[in-house]
Each structure stands twice: as C-alpha cells, then as structure tokens.
Design a protein around this ligand. Structure first.
Ligand SMILES: NC(=O)c1ccc[n+]([C@@H]2O[C@H](COP(=O)([O-])OP(=O)(O)OC[C@H]3O[C@@H](n4cnc5c(N)ncnc54)[C@H](O)[C@@H]3O)[C@@H](O)[C@H]2O)c1
Ligand SMILES: O=P(O)(O)OC[C@H](O)CO
Length: 321
C-alpha cells in the first residue's frame, strides 16, 4: 500500500526516505514542480535535506493528483499553511487518512492540526505524528520514537502498523489533544531555552525554565482535556528535552539569536513563534496562566527585553512546586 507525503521540506522528505527505505512505495509532493523534477532526477532534496539519497521506492513529483492517489497522506507543511492546503484541496482530501506531521496552533483560529482537519474535512480520518525527531536523524536511519495520535482506536492501530519501521518506532494514543499540545508548546519553551542560553544566563537557569515550562504545558493541557501522561510521553517531555537542548533545533537557535540580540535567518521555519501567540489567546479564553509563553511572545514582538522578561518571571509570587 503506497503512502503520499504532502510537503517536501526537511521533515516530509525525511519521512518519505525512511518509509521508502523500509520497503513502502512513497510519493513525495512539493508545490514547486521544477524543484520536484530536479529532486526526482538528482535523487536528493539538495535544498532542505542535502546528503540524504532517495531510495528506489521514493518518487518525487509536482503532480498533486499523483501524490494524493494513496489513501494515507502525511501532511508535512508548516502549521500556518495547513488550513489553506486543506481548504484549497478539500475535494481531493475529503475521504483520506490524513496524518498531520506539523507542530503548532493556528494563529487565525487557535486550533491544532487535527482539530483543523476534523473541522474542515469531517469525513477524513485525522491523526497526528509528533515527537522527538530531527529530520536529518530520520533520513540517516537513526533510531527514533514518535507518538501517533488518532481519536479512532482502530484507525490508529492501522496507521501505527503502516508507518512504523525498524528505525521509526511509533507509540499509539487516542489523546489527540495532548499530542497536539505537547508538540506545539515544546517549541515555545525551546525558544525560551535558547534565549536563556543566548543571554548567558546559564544551564541551571535553562533546567529551571524547562521544568517550569513543562509544568505550564501540563497545566494548559489538562485545562483543555488532555491526559497528563501524554504530556509526560514522547510528544511532550520527550520532544521538550530534545528541542530545548540541541542546536539542531531551529526554535532553540532562534531563541539563542534573540538572547544575543542577533539577526536570525529569514524564511526559516520556526513554529514556536506563531504558536506562542496563538496559545496566549487560547489560554485567555480558558482563564489559564502561561507566563513563559507570554514572555516569549513579548520578547519576539520586541515589547520586552530579556532582562525585563527575567525580572517579570522572577518576581512571580513564591509558591509550592
Ligand atoms: N525539520 C524537522 O526536524 C522536523 C521534525 C519534526 C517535525 N517537524 C515539523 O514539520 C513541519 C514542516 O517543517 P519542515 O522542517 O519540513 O520545514 P521546512 O522549512 O524544511 O519546509 C517547509 C516546506 O513546506 C513547503 N510549504 C510551505 N507552504 C506550503 C504550502 N502552502 N503548500 C505546500 N508546501 C508548502 C515549503 O515549500 C517547504 O518545502 C513543521 O511543522 C515542523 O515543526 C519538523
Ligand atoms: O527544528 P525544530 O525546532 O523545528 O525542531 C524539530 C523537531 O520538532 C524536533 O522534534
């Protein structure tokens, strides 16, 4: 059974390589037809994932109809592009199994990827694949464990079988809200961790921030009906640990640049920036406090400098852990 991957960025390409290397037939689609033709002949995505050769079973194409012929489609576009992709192609995608591979929340509506899919395409089977994984590691065949969250248990089992390989180990859950929140919010805390290190505040401060960040993630997740054990799993704690401690992470590097008052490469996908703003709106509607997310939003907007943000966080009332 073949698999379509929609979005030929670093992550979509790495998943396509990994699945094709494990013997699945995979069609990878990108919106730039000329770039896709070049990839198909060079057998490499030289722009987003240089050095990772394409296995034989991987086809790169700019033909959307060809890529969406399979029943199972992995949607690997940046979060803020997902709504347009779904609405523009509603007719084609309506009856498919759609696995969101993006992390974050919509700035426009505050929805996570599965909520968006379910609202726009209620007939589709919606799931999310999320957890600690750098595209470069997946493409190299290094061992990776991810969360596959699907509200429908049987569909979740089927997708877990279809998408797991020897190196890509998928754990299953029905707690879609928890998986969406873990993957989305860890990027916000990763930006904050980068700020702390970039500003020279030290690794002890980063550990404190990660821990309080995890408490903040768990608190809002519970308010939204997620299970705390999901947050403690791969999609929450696992991804938080990876992203807050590695310079491979774009969110972390973006934070470092903010902390050092340096420019950051324009056009880089940094999901945590929009998600921080989106989640503040969600938190306000639920009467929940998200002080770290609030500080990250203000620093990015240039409304607060790092010193003032630290003063605000350190001035919060002393309380029980
Ligand atoms: N890179 C990683 O290590 C990694 C790991 C796990 C999850 N993710 C998630 O995967 C998602 C995609 O990130 P990425 O790393 O592949 O980003 P990327 O910057 O490498 O690529 C994004 C791709 O999306 C394409 N794109 C943008 N808008 C589009 C649209 N409207 N229609 C079709 N294509 C469009 C761009 O052309 C580009 O090829 C993000 O949500 C990210 O959090 C990334
Ligand atoms: O490069 P980042 O910060 O988008 O992180 C990539 C993945 O989400 C890590 O799991």
């Amino acid at each position: 059974m073949s698999i379509g991957v929609i979005g030929a960025g670093a992550f979509g390409t790495s998943l396509a390589i990994s699945l094709a290397a494990a013997g699945r037939d995979v069609v990878l689609w990108g919106r730039d037809a000329a770039a896709m033709a070049e990839m198909q002949s060079a057998r490499e995505n030289a722009r987003r994932l240089p050095g990772a050769g394409f296995p034989e079973r991987l086809t790169a194409t700019g033909d959307f109809a060809e890529a969406t012929a399979p029943d199972t489609l992995l949607l690997s576009v940046p979060m803020q592009q997902l709504e347009t992709l779904l609405t523009d192609n509603a007719g084609t995608l309506a009856q498919k199994s759609l696995v969101a591979c993006c992390k974050g929340f919509s700035l426009r509506t505050g929805e996570g990827p599965v909520s968006l899919i379910s609202r726009i395409l209620p007939q589709a089977q919606a799931a999310i694949l999320t957890g600690p994984s750098f595209a470069a590691d997946i493409a190299r065949g290094l061992p990776t464990a991810l969360t596959l969250a699907c509200g429908d248990k049987e569909s979740g089992r089927r997708l877990q079988e279809q998408l797991s390989t020897r190196n890509l180990r998928l754990y299953r859950t029905t707690d879609v809200t928890g998986a969406e929140l873990g993957g989305g919010l860890k990027n916000v805390i990763a930006i904050a961790s980068g700020v702390v290190i970039g500003a020279g505040l030290g690794e002890s401060a980063r550990a404190a921030l990660m821990t309080r960040g995890f408490a903040e993630m768990t608190r809002i997740a519970q308010a939204l009906g997620a299970r705390p054990e999901t947050l403690a799993g791969l999609s929450g704690f696992g991804d938080l640990t990876l992203t807050c401690t590695s310079t491979q992470s774009r969110n972390y590097r973006f934070g470092q640049a903010l902390g050092r008052n340096e420019e950051f490469a324009a056009g880089t996908t940094v999901e945590g920036a929009a998600t921080a703003r989106a989640m503040l709106g969600v938190a306000e509607r639920h009467g929940a406090e998200m002080p770290i997310t609030r500080a990250v939003t203000a620093i990015i907007a240039g409304e607060l400098d790092v010193g003032a943000a630290m003063d605000q966080l350190l001035a919060r009332p002393l309380k029980e852990e």
